[in-house]
Write a protein that binds this ligand. Structure first.
Ligand code: HEM
Length: 410
């Protein structure tokens, strides 16, 4: 039996100030203790140090299933049933499953995301970025918005290309994934859940048509690969296939956009390091790892406790939820020397920006390539680039940290 204890009152740390500058709050929490009680759609436990995040991301007693139900549980019971379709669709996402269902889907999807597949996409990503810089940035432009011109369209076009769907619909994709992101990362309301449900259903219909067409005309895109895949006698069901396509579009877009936006913002705020990268483009891989650590696109991931357990002497009940603050872990001085200093040549950079354990980001190689290509090309194309405003606005989303726009003078 674990010791009985009183649960501390939950702190309100997720405020508008936190959106502007999460680092100060994270540092204070990290110094105080490894585990806290905070409010986010109700009271939750929060882990803020590297060692505990690293350990519990791998602990099967913390479940990835049931996270969606948790978000919806904050809605009044009389309206919850209106979101049954949203719940059902998201609960099929591999991201929200545990072993053995997760393991089966992950094995199938891994085939489409090997490092070799991602690396083969590098030339296509380079061509896409060149094309966007030529088409979207008129010659002689004095200002560009890095978010609008590159960071928003690039990840959608890349994943659309991988799935073999027309990029002409990318603005619709962006709107749909934004609606899902708001549901995942902000306080749940009927309105937010309604918009997310509409988006998920629209995307599912869209992929339903694409899959039917692809069955007739297979190519070498990811959907054709997934249709063909057969491993250990298991295949994806039709519904699972649509759900994973929607998940990939969402997961590949919202995060990578913020890698490019947050990364460029960080470089512009650190001109010496930016100049260092411009002079030494061969360090771009290390540089992107450091940008992922320093200004991580995903603030936290959530887990639901399956069996009662103890973390740092605190008893956590089954059914409780835990937020693992990747961002706070990535600036933990117990793990990283001078964590608040941007060092593009940092060695041993074992950051947790892509998570860890069974759900470690399947798209990490692809995201890294998109980040490396976009950031380097922007630096090369605009050698005199500087921020048009010292304090751009952050999107009001507590889980996904990103800028609304990033206007620069070129
Ligand atoms: C910089 C960009 C990215 C970041 C920071 C990021 C971060 C993460 C993190 C932290 C997780 C673990 C979630 C958890 O443990 O609950 C994750 C999972 C996942 N990511 Fe990414 N991601 C990025 C880009 C991408 C891309 C480009 C794709 C696909 C095209 C993608 C697809 C996924 C999927 C499918 C999962 C679920 C994996 C599983 O459940 O086994 N991500 N990502």
């Amino acid at each position: 039996m674990l010791n009985v204890q009183t649960v501390p009152p939950a702190k309100d740390i997720l405020t508008p100030e936190f959106l502007q500058n999460p680092h100060r709050v994270c540092a204070e929490l990290r110094e105080e203790t490894a585990i806290h009680r905070i409010n986010f759609n109700g009271p939750r436990w929060a882990l803020v140090r590297y060692a505990e995040c690293f350990k519990f991301l791998r602990d099967p007693r913390l479940s990835s299933a049931g996270r969606m139900r948790l978000l919806l549980s904050r809605l009044p019971p009389e309206t919850r049933s209106s979101f049954a379709e949203l719940e059902r669709a998201l609960e099929m996402w591999m991201l929200f499953l545990d072993a053995p269902e997760h393991t089966r889907l992950r094995k199938l999807l891994n085939k489409g995301f090997s490092p070799a597949v991602a690396e083969a996409l590098r030339a296509q990503v380079e061509a896409l970025v060149d094309g966007m810089l030529d088409a979207e940035v008129p010659a002689g432009a004095k200002r560009i918005d890095i978010l609008r011109d590159i960071a928003y369209p690039l990840p959608v076009r890349v994943i659309a290309q991988m799935l073999g769907v027309p990029a002409s619909r990318h603005q619709e994709f962006v709107n749909w994934t934004n609606a899902i992101a708001l549901f995942v990362g902000s306080p749940t309301t009927n309105e937010v859940a309604g918009a997310a449900q509409e988006a998920v259903l629209a995307l599912t219909d869209f992929f339903c048509e694409i899959v039917a067409d692809r069955r007739r005309h297979k190519g070498n895109d990811l959907i054709s690969i997934l249709i063909d895949i057969e491993e250990d006698g298991h295949v994806l069901t039709e519904e699972e296939l649509y759900a994973q396509c929607v998940m990939l579009l969402f997961a590949g877009h919202e995060t990578t956009r913020n890698l490019i936006g947050n990364g460029m913002y960080t470089l512009l705020k650190n001109p010496e390091e930016m100049a260092n990268l411009r002079r030494n483009p061969e360090i771009v891989r290390m540089a992107v790892e450091e940008l992922l650590r320093y200004e991580s696109p995903l603030q936290f991931v959530t887990r639901v406790v399956k069996d009662e357990l103890e973390i740092e002497g605190v008893r956590i009940q089954a059914g409780d939820s835990v937020l693992l603050f990747l961002r706070a872990a990535n600036r933990d001085p117990r793990k990283f020397e001078h964590p608040d200093r941007l060092n593009l040549k940092r060695l041993k950079n074992d950051h947790l920006a892509f998570g860890a354990g069974a759900h470690f980001c399947i798209g990490n190689q692809l995201a890294r390539i998109e980040g490396q290509v976009a950031i380097l090309k922007l630096l090369q194309r605009f050698p005199a680039m500087r921020l048009a405003s010292e304090s751009p606005e952050w999107v009001p989303n507590f889980a996904l940290r990103g800028l609304r726009s990033l206007v620069v003078e070129v």
